[in-house]
Design a protein around this ligand. Structure first.
Ligand SMILES: Nc1ncnc2c1ncn2[C@@H]1O[C@H](COP(=O)(O)OP(=O)(O)OP(=O)(O)O)[C@@H](O)[C@H]1O
Length: 222
């Protein structure tokens, strides 16, 4: 089960600033949630706490029945697509996509099959031997998404910074996000500052302001 439950989640930084306040939400397995709100309202902080990149000040996050607070970030069965892709320029596309699988010491044939399946899904099979630094931004984005998916996460987190605000990249990323959701039935969270995107792409949209939930809206047409 890849439902997510947030119970009274709070984040206060050492300088006393509270960026997330009493955030409680139920996200059903297989949802595509858009988190919408103005700059600085705490959206990315929530993604970072789910991913374990940020300590939780108080409150709880559950993935299914598992309390994420107690699980080491690497073992949380989720993938993150964040800013700058975090790809390794000196490695080729195949090696970048395979990296997480190699760290888990999976058999070579399993790694090969997963990398090829992901590459086919994103249409990048013909560039598997190319070095990252020679790729277009769209292809880098595809590599980053492939790398996220090959680990078979239960939850995929996407921050809008991922698309670098470039119109074409963003369109491709949004189209891929929908395809991923349809094909793999993952629970997905997408952070955005764009109202139209938020209501168009989520089956659940969470409106935030100043670290708090203003409204949660379901999209029956999704
Ligand atoms: N280490 C920190 N110490 C103090 N405040 C911080 C720290 N990191 C982030 N903040 C503040 O927390 C608030 C929430 O930041 P966050 O990145 O979650 O907002 P956001 O809604 O994702 O904004 P954006 O749309 O600009 O990415 C911001 O006001 C930010 O300045």
């Amino acid at each position: 089960m890849a439902s997510l439950t947030f119970k009274n989640l709070c984040k206060t930084y050492p300088n006393g600033f509270a960026s997330v306040k009493d955030f409680s939400l139920e996200v059903a397995d297989g949802s595509l949630v858009t988190l919408y709100g103005p700059h600085g309202c705490g959206k990315s902080t929530i993604l970072r706490m789910i991913g374990g990149l940020e300590d939780i000040t108080s409150g709880k996050i559950y993935l299914g029945d598992d309390l994420l607070n107690d699980i080491y970030p690497r073992d949380r069965k989720l993938a993150m697509a964040f800013q700058n892709y975090r790809l390794y320029g000196h490695l080729n596309v195949y090696e970048n996509i395979a990296l997480g699988l190699r760290l888990r010491s999976l058999p070579r044939n399993v790694i090969e099959s997963r990398v090829r399946t992901a590459a086919e899904f994103f249409g990048i099979t013909d560039i598997l031997t190319r070095k990252i630094r020679t790729l277009s931004e769209i292809n880098k984005q595809c590599v980053a998404l492939s790398r996220a998916l090959v680990c078979k996460p239960k939850v995929l987190l996407i921050d809008e910074d991922f698309s670098h605000q470039d119109e074409k990249l963003r369109e491709r990323m949004l189209a891929d996000m929908i395809r991923i959701h349809r094909e793999f039935h993952l629970t997905m969270l997408y952070v955005t500052n764009d109202y139209n995107e938020a209501i168009r792409y989520g089956n659940l949209t969470v409106f935030m302001r100043s670290g708090q939930i203003l409204e949660v809206r379901e999209n029956p047409d999704f």
